[in-house]
Ligand binder design. Sequence first.
Ligand SMILES: NC(=O)c1ccc[n+]([C@@H]2O[C@H](COP(=O)([O-])OP(=O)(O)OC[C@H]3O[C@@H](n4cnc5c(N)ncnc54)[C@H](OP(=O)(O)O)[C@@H]3O)[C@@H](O)[C@H]2O)c1
Length: 241
Amino acid sequence: MLGVALVGYGKMGRQVEAKIKETKDIECVAIVSPSRTKTLDEVRAEIDVIIDFSHPDNLVMIGEYAKKHNIPIVIATTGYEQAQIDYINELAGSVPVVYAANFSLGVTVMTRVVSQLAELLASDFDIEIIETHHNQKLDAPSGTAKMLLEAVDPAEEYSRVYGRKGDCKRKKEIGIHAIRAGNIAGKHTVLFAGEDETLEITHTATSKQIFANGAIKAARYAVTRPPGLYNMNHVLFKGEE
Ligand SMILES: NC(=O)c1ccc[n+]([C@@H]2O[C@H](COP(=O)([O-])OP(=O)(O)OC[C@H]3O[C@@H](n4cnc5c(N)ncnc54)[C@H](OP(=O)(O)O)[C@@H]3O)[C@@H](O)[C@H]2O)c1
């Protein structure tokens, strides 16, 4: 039986817990969130893997516990500062870490596809990224939009423009636009626009269940790996990057 400690008991934490309840060989041994057990140090049960869908403020609490007890981590929280991303990279030197801004199969494949399209089109087409999420989301742009941005411009050759207002004649840039409304689970479009033709790749999440399923897959993968930083390409495509 795989013992999972869930960090974060909001919308995603509850989805992961529900999915675990339906699954025979996994159990949820702890739930860590401000309204429950407050830190991993207070957990008495044996933990095999940590799944984190919470808030960037929890990162060091999770990381130090994982290092001390040698426990793999699935990090799904988004909205980290650069120093926190550096901490995640360092942490992966001690324990297996699966870190992804989006745990869905569709977005994992989309990231590959837009990277190839950008290689073919970027010299002739403008690129824009548009993301839409529910009105409770804390961070903008979404972690997934940042991941797509990195896929289309890995060498940061383009300046990044977050929304536009006023005098904003387009230069060598990629625009990133965040829409917040209703209870939309997540929609991401990468738009390639040339003279008289456009190509759009859109992923729409119709529920949050896809992220919970992906995170559980990632947890199963993490417990089989040596220390290192892994993403959903590793999890879904058998170690291939
Ligand atoms: N990678 C992916 O595929 C993916 C998919 C969906 C969401 N996410 C990310 O997962 C995270 C959680 O999403 P959600 O929709 O579940 O959010 P949510 O419903 O707002 O839940 C957040 C959870 O974190 C706790 N929390 C909030 N602020 C905290 C703080 N300062 N310190 C400690 N704990 C804190 C909350 O506790 P209280 O309820 O007590 O405030 C709650 O348990 C977000 O970063 C979101 O962007 C990632």
